[in-house]
Design a protein around this ligand. Structure first.
Ligand SMILES: CC(C)(COP(=O)(O)OP(=O)(O)OC[C@H]1O[C@@H](n2cnc3c(N)ncnc32)[C@H](O)[C@@H]1OP(=O)(O)O)[C@@H](O)C(=O)NCCC(=O)NCCS
Length: 166
């Protein structure tokens, strides 16, 4: 399937986007452009003409070392109290286009982009997500994300993303 994923810009029809989760709809309608201007996040959208079918956001972040599973922690130098990660802060597909593979396409695009940046310009040991509910946990689980205990966050190491051969 050929799809277009581009940076959010003001020529697109943000207001029509509706994924069924008010927080994620409101973010795109009202906050996303401001966040981009403030460099809080980058927002990528999957589009057809001016229609936004889905979107995701990426930001720099960090997680406390103790939040990581022992297997990852023991590979890290003891001097780090927090580890740099890439935050996939939001990912959503418009309800009209769900179940057609677009969520997976957006997620893979986000992983590919995060991996490329970590290899070239900004250290990051993996991608972290904050799933909104059990459905989102099941979705990310399908792609190999693991739950980080006591945080509600999920994590996919760059080493695993490398193995996807994106
Ligand atoms: C979660 C979401 C992004 C999935 O988008 P989608 O376009 O319907 O997903 P896809 O069609 O690409 O599905 C990709 C794979 O994930 C699976 N999947 C999708 N939703 C799932 C769910 N809720 N639970 C388990 N697996 C799920 C699909 O079965 C598919 O697997 P397959 O390739 O083996 O068939 C979409 O339902 C959504 O926008 N939800 C509301 C917002 C949200 O919760 N975002 C995530 C948290 S921020």
């Amino acid at each position: 399937m050929s799809v277009k994923i581009e940076l959010l810009n003001s020529s697109l029809n943000k207001k029509a986007f509706s994924c069924g989760k008010v927080m994620l709809d409101n973010y795109l309608h009202m906050q996303a452009i401001q966040d981009v201007k403030r460099k809080l996040s980058v927002v990528f959208v999957l589009t057809e003409e001016t229609t936004i079918k889905g979107y995701y956001t990426l930001s720099s972040s960090s997680v406390p070392v103790e939040m990581m599973p022992e297997a990852i922690r023991k590979k890290m130098p003891g001097s780090y109290k927090a580890l740099p990660v890439t935050l996939l802060g939001r990912l959503a597909v418009d309800a009209k286009f769900k179940g057609k593979g677009l969520g997976g396409i957006l997620l893979i695009d986000a992983l590919k982009r995060s991996f490329a940046v970590a290899g070239e310009s900004l250290g990051s040991i993996g991608v972290v997500v904050d799933p909104l509910d059990d459905d989102a946990v099941a979705f990310y689980n399908k792609f190999g994300f693991i739950l980080l205990p006591d945080s509600g966050k999920m994590f996919l190491p760059m080493a695993d993303i490398a193995q996807l051969g994106l």
